[in-house]
Design a binder for this molecule. Structure first.
Ligand code: SF4
Length: 210
């Protein structure tokens, strides 16, 4: 895809978000409060991809709110990134859960990932991020099938012309001190990648308001 102007990409991303909010491709649309397309500028250098909205995200309509979101904010801060400078989304855009509502969050199953993945592909096509941060098992499987997060976390790979950095999911790490420490250390790899990209002359993303 030829690089488009910032306003064209912002427009395309807004339309895509509207389409995702009305998506009925898989049964998760029947039990969601609302779909959670993602948040951030259409010209973000970095795209963070988690697995699926949880209960708080389903209510708020925003990705990564609550404890995991606050932890992610501190991690972003540690490498000099503000949340409004990155794009954050999930592989699956509607909340999977088990049990009677409100139920317990669960990981998405393969059929849900297969149904929803093309939305993520379209987001990547519009945003053209330099770096994709795959957070947790589901996102890792989407980009680097067959890899295990415990083996490849913090080790960037090239995938379809861009860098994919696998990290543990902040929600998993928020309750386990050892994982928190690992995630903090792995996040510094992102800082190194960003600095290296800047030296190569990549422009910083412009802050998008409104
Ligand atoms: S999870 Fe994805 S495919 Fe399923 S209804 Fe939601 S947006 Fe559509």
């Amino acid at each position: 895809m030829a690089r488009q102007t910032r306003s064209t990409r912002t427009h395309a991303l807004a339309k895509l978000h509207t389409d995702i909010r009305s998506c009925t491709r898989c049964p998760l649309h029947r039990t969601r409060t609302q779909a959670v397309p993602g948040a951030g500028p259409a010209d973000a250098r970095v795209m963070f991809v988690g697995e699926a909205p949880g209960r708080r995200e389903d209510i708020a309509g925003e990705p990564f709110v609550g404890v995991a979101g606050r932890f992610l904010d501190t991690l972003l801060d540690s490498v000099g990134l503000a949340r409004d400078r990155v794009y954050i989304t999930n592989v699956v855009k509607s909340r999977p859960f088990v049990g009677p509502p409100p139920g317990r969050n669960r990981a998405p199953v393969a059929g849900e990932v297969a149904a929803c993945g093309s939305w993520l592909d379209e987001q990547i096509t519009i945003i053209q991020p330099e770096i994709i941060v795959a957070m947790g098992r589901v996102a890792l499987e989407y980009f680097l099938p067959g890899e295990r997060i415990s083996r490849v976390h913090g080790r960037p790979r090239q995938h379809e012309g861009r860098t994919v950095l696998p990290l543990f999911h902040p929600a998993a790490a928020s309750h386990r001190q050892a994982l928190r420490d690992t995630l903090r250390a792995d996040f510094q790899v992102l800082g190194t990648l960003l600095r290296a990209g800047r030296k190569e002359g990549r422009p910083r993303p412009k802050k998008v308001t409104g």
